[in-house]
Design a protein around this ligand. Sequence first.
Ligand code: ZN
Length: 276
Amino acid sequence: MKIFISADMEGATGVVNVAQTDHREKEYAFGCTMMSHDVNAVIRGALDAGADSVLVNDSHWRMINIDIAGLGFGERVCLLSGSPKALTMMEGFETADAAFFVGYHAKAGTGKAIIDHTISGQVIYSITLNGKELGETGLNAAVCAQRGIPLALVTGDAAVCAEASELLGEGLVTACVKKAHGREAAECLLPETSAEVLKEAAGEAVRRARGGKSPVMDIGDGSFDLRVAFHNSKQCDRAAILPGVERLDGRAVRVTGTDMTNMMRQAMSLISLAGS
Ligand SMILES: [Zn+2]
């Protein structure tokens, strides 16, 4: 069984403040340490439960956050590091038997959620897929779903765990490492405790995936209407330059299609154009 891990930083153990996730700030070193800590614990749990190989895709910002020297697992584990990558957070997922989303955060506009945002906090107000508002968990789960790949594990704060469970149902394993009191304050498990929680959850996720019990998100009949609303109309002006993008109103555009992977590439392109 091959596991694909998409690893973000905002949902890592102990991370509560934007400065800890921003490579221009001195607190960033802590974010890297804790992201690597959580990824390590999840890999250990997956391998102990019998996973054959793990591909970790560093999915936060410049995507060079995880300490490769600290991943002492040998040839069964590979790290996909760096950016740009065409599929960004999902680069490399296609050949996996199950996906894990580690260190994830809740979608933009969620209360009591550490650093809630969707793809870009500066650019995106909201994203909907077929009328349902989704964050990174839902969008990336939809990309997996179209290839029939189950999402077996989501880790992060209590808010992203709730968001993921609402989308995927009870078959999904979640691991909560902190409970937010606000956007930048949380009650956090200590690293040695969260390592055990994450290891245990990853093992359970592998067992469920192997038994065919991990959920594939319901994405309807396979025709997609993806709408992106921006914080302001100038961002929307820029996004609307891209061919195939339909302007809906002052702040929103949409793309339609039947290939979720391509639509995510379109969405990432128009978001990066909007933020340029
Ligand atoms: Zn991130």
